[in-house]
Design a protein around this ligand. Sequence first.
Ligand code: NAG
Ligand code: NAG
Length: 424
Amino acid sequence: MAAVGFGVASVIVAMVAMALSICIAEAITYPADVVALRELKAAIDPASIHSTSCVGSWDFSSDPCDDLSSTVFVCGFQCAMADDQTMRITSITLDGFGYVGTLPASLGNFSSLQLLDMSGNAFHGSIPDSISRLTLLSKLDLSRNSLSGSIPPSIGQLSSLQQLCLSYNLLGGAIPTSINSLLSLERLYLFNNRLTGGIPAMHNLNQLLFFDASNNLLSGSLSAPLPPSLMQLSLRGNQLQGRLPEDLLLLQQLEVMDLSSNSFTDAVDGALFQLPSLQQLNLSNNKLTAISIPEDVDAGSSQLIAIDISYNYIHGSLPLFLVEMKKLSALSLRHNFLSGAIPIQYALKAVASLLVGAQPLMRLYLDGNYLAGDLPAPFLRISPGTIAASFTDNCLLSCPISLPFCQGGSQKSQSECEHFTSLP
Ligand SMILES: *[C@@H]1O[C@H](CO)[C@@H](O)[C@H](O)[C@H]1NC(C)=O
Ligand SMILES: *[C@@H]1O[C@H](CO)[C@@H](O)[C@H](O)[C@H]1NC(C)=O
């Protein structure tokens, strides 16, 4: 009797043990992922791993993807069951705890990784070439670290990549031409690095919506074709030169264009202001010499809200079509060589009560030019505080100091105004 009892009990124990071992087998992380995760932790300076941080909770005496325990492997990555029933690490999103370390070559061994975000830490050294093996990656964010070296050309193999964020590092060298192979790319953020060379061709990137390579050392002309899908283009603070290419007119989806603080020259093609989706245009701090009046000007349908062409060499008179834009509410043409009178239309655009179905100007900066004659009368009727404006440092006959926009500086001297020649 007793023996039978024992026999049943031991069969049950054996069955439970089998069932348990199946469960355990199913929960086990793919071995190469565990090795790569260990190596990632090992590449981080232990002194920078705080006990309450994600990596601080990585205790390899347990299985990383086994979520039975909530005290180890608390955060920093996610697992998913693969088709072959193994647990794979599919995303790594480190907390920005200020980890100091390097990117180990074994990062390329997380072969199921779709998301890699190590932003906001203090990783230094270069981006390993092996990263090109992460072909399932849809987002790679290494921004706000201290990475140096150049962007590995093999990055062009990341054919699933939708977001590439490398901003705020110390990356040098050229933007690799292989970038044009990233056919799924929607966001390309390279700003605040030390990138040199030209803007490579990107015409194959027909999903690209955002391209920001501001504050680098990029040079040459902007002659390579950009993808027509772009909504935001920012190349502010580089060393780009030459005329603004006609190809910019192909960017029919573009809402924001910031090419400020470069060395672009020649006239701004007025057609640029006619881009159908454009809302913000910043060409400030360049060497532009004129604004050509667009042909068949249809300023009324413009979506432009803010235009900044300050600190250039723009000659000529104030273009009327700018203030015919219904949505325009901020205009800066300060510090140029504009001359002639301020057209009354500029004043009318600034007085809300005189406008029907149009936005009044909230900001109007015309200071530092050679504008002459009288201030159009409607300006005198603007109630204080409704507009931020400045008309100082011009050649106006009078700019009553009682008006806020005449304060903070005087007009140019008579001799400076007389010696001004309006030719560029
Ligand atoms: C990546 O994994 C392979 C085997 O799967 C191994 O031979 C290699 O050493 C690993 N690479 C790194 C950099 O750890
Ligand atoms: C245009 O760019 C300049 C320089 O990059 C910046 O200072 C200015 O604030 C920008 N203008 C607008 C309207 O954002």
